[in-house]
Design a protein around this ligand. Structure first.
Ligand code: NAP
Length: 149
């Protein structure tokens, strides 16, 4: 079981624009042709911060335009937030806050030997790193510059 930060960055090292957009990322290629399909098969639990979760709510689950998409993960997902956020019907989403160490223990038990994916963002991943709980970092570099983020 490994705890992994698997992410994508721009050529100039940003993971999102200043307004938290990932719109630059998805037109860059077919995700099915990347390492993602084999990576996600080995994941047993996910964690993300509330900014990442709310971006998914706005862009996939409840988009202002276009069709809604289903929650993309079958694995349990821990969302770190100090606020009360809506869940997604049918999705196993667990809201938590504070110290990442007990949450990591819960995630490891749920993952049952598979890996833990720290989806992001960077500040949350830093909390796992600071507690010695990050094993691997995978950064896929997209051929785009953002200038800031
Ligand atoms: N390029 C990529 O592959 C990739 C992947 C993932 C994310 N992203 C992007 O990166 C950006 C997010 O980065 P970010 O670091 O700003 O946000 P984030 O980690 O998604 O969310 C940060 C927020 O999570 C909550 N939080 C974090 N740690 C917590 C803790 N220990 N206890 C309770 N709440 C906690 C806090 O919000 P509240 O308490 O106010 O809720 C905090 O402001 C987004 O734009 C996202 O779309 C990019």
């Amino acid at each position: 079981m490994r705890t992994q930060y698997y992410t994508a960055a721009s050529l100039d090292g940003f993971i999102a624009t200043v307004d938290d957009s990932l719109d630059w990322l998805f037109p860059l290629g077919d995700i099915g042709a990347t390492s993602y399909p084999s990576f996600i098969k080995e994941v047993g639990a996910l964690a993300m911060g509330s900014a990442t979760y709310e971006w998914m709510l706005r862009h996939a689950i409840n988009p202002a335009e276009g069709p809604a998409e289903p929650w993309p993960y079958e694995q349990p997902t821990w969302v770190f937030t100090t606020r009360s956020l809506p869940g997604v019907p049918g999705a196993d989403i667990r809201f938590v806050q504070g110290d990442v160490r007990p949450v990591h223990q819960e995630m490891a038990a749920a993952a049952a030997g598979r890996n833990i994916w720290l989806v992001g963002g960077g500040e949350l991943v830093g909390q796992f790193y600071d507690n010695g709980l990050l094993d691997d970092i995978f950064v896929q570099v997209g051929t785009v510059t953002l200038g800031a983020g």
